[in-house]
Write a protein that binds this ligand. Sequence first.
Ligand SMILES: C[S@@+](CC[C@H](N)C(=O)[O-])C[C@H]1O[C@@H](n2cnc3c(N)ncnc32)[C@H](O)[C@@H]1O
Length: 497
Amino acid sequence: MEIDIEQTRRNISLETNPEKKSLLGQYFTPFPIANFMASLFAEPHIRDCKLLDPGAGIGSLTNAFLNRFLDDLIPEHFSTINIHAFEIDTHLQPHLSGTLSSYSSINSITSYIFLQDFIQYGVNQLRQDLFSKEPHTYTHIIMNPPYKKIRSDSIHRKLLSQVGIETVNLYTAFLSLGIYLLEPHGEMVAIIPRSFCNGPYYLSFRKLLLSETAIKRIHVFESRSQAFKDDDVLQENIILHIERSGIQNSVGISFSNGLEFDNLTVENISFDHIIIPGDDQLFIHIPLDKKKNSIDINDHIQYSLSDIGVEVSTGPVVDFRVKSDLESQPDLNSVPLVYPSHFSDIRVEWPKLNSKKPNAIRKNERTSQFFYPNGFYTVVKRFSAKEEKKRITANLVDPTTFPDQTLLGFENHLNVFHTRKNGLPEDLAMGLYAYLNTTAVDQYFRRFNGHTQVNATDLRAIKYPSRRALIKLGRWIKGQSTITQELIDKNWEKIIS
Ligand SMILES: C[S@@+](CC[C@H](N)C(=O)[O-])C[C@H]1O[C@@H](n2cnc3c(N)ncnc32)[C@H](O)[C@@H]1O
């Protein structure tokens, strides 16, 4: 079976054109991953298993599930297994039927293939109206759901909101319906991107996940391209194992660097390292690799931005909204405008007269609401390219860069650290610059943010050293003749301790 199903998966992957793959999220699970996913379910403690495989493709996950529990079909295992496999693409039906029918001789197994939209089905099950019946629920769910944005005017979005599910991607829609369709103590194992771990769009999904289920295990692929390498998928994927209405204890975290799952070590991480207590955004912090992150284990780093009297905001100047006020060269009637393109090694360089971006913005009634007084600020880019080594890049805004200027404009692709819309003390701004540029902060950030965008909410979710320690760090960095990544990484912990 292994050889057949792997061959079919590879053939279909080669035959399917990229548009269809991306439209239906047709990235099938390689055999070793499917087997590993099936291995995560607890030993059976019930007799009758009701399994759901939504978006079943060619049935690789159900196949792995059955192999796991048939391998040792002994009395302690399930007496019956009833399978519901959903697949919207009718072209896959022969393969899916082929996979499931290879178990048809086993009396205790019954399977049904639903060639239909799982979202439509799930919503119909959960809708509570005059004619509704009790939903068909499941004891086990295994899924590799399609990944695709759902537009706010789409039929899926409307359907989902009928049962109170507000979400922006098909994968979190599948997961949400799955959670609701699980029986108490039912388990789900899913392979999914990690983009739900942060950001306001996934907050309502995180609320549902954390209120209805206990997270038992998270498996992390250390290399972003490994899980679906035949399909060139560059997602950061994780495998999540959850239990409906379970008790939330510590979470087992494991890592693999490819399709090799033997000899994994599972580290149990206390739940308050996964969700930081008091975080109303419920960011989910997932370690990226086996190495311990120094921010987590350093007792000196335990402050929020508000503890240290600093705020962070998105740069208020949205350039396309004030196009007619932008100036390539500063003059007497304009205010310097800082873009990420002004970043240099340490301090922003301004003006950059050969740059495509403007250097100034005219001061008038419409624009004056956007300006900050000239001063010291730490600024962080909001966007980085995938191939860039670091997600968080900070620079220092130094008032002497803008001689004779009383005001500054910050463009929307920047995050600005300030105190009540005023500049920071120089040493504090320098200290924040150094701290935010450490590799440790970058690693810490990646634990809850799987994409390239760094927003103000993300920067608020990071833990900081005390204000005094940051000032000390700022003074130290000011005294250095050359500042390199290596120098910062080697010394910052010593300085703040
Ligand atoms: C990422 S693939 C995974 C397939 C299979 N579970 C596996 O692991 O190999 C997702 C599957 O969901 C199917 N699909 C996409 N949208 C669907 C929907 N609304 N309802 C049911 N299936 C859907 C796709 O055709 C595709 O086969």
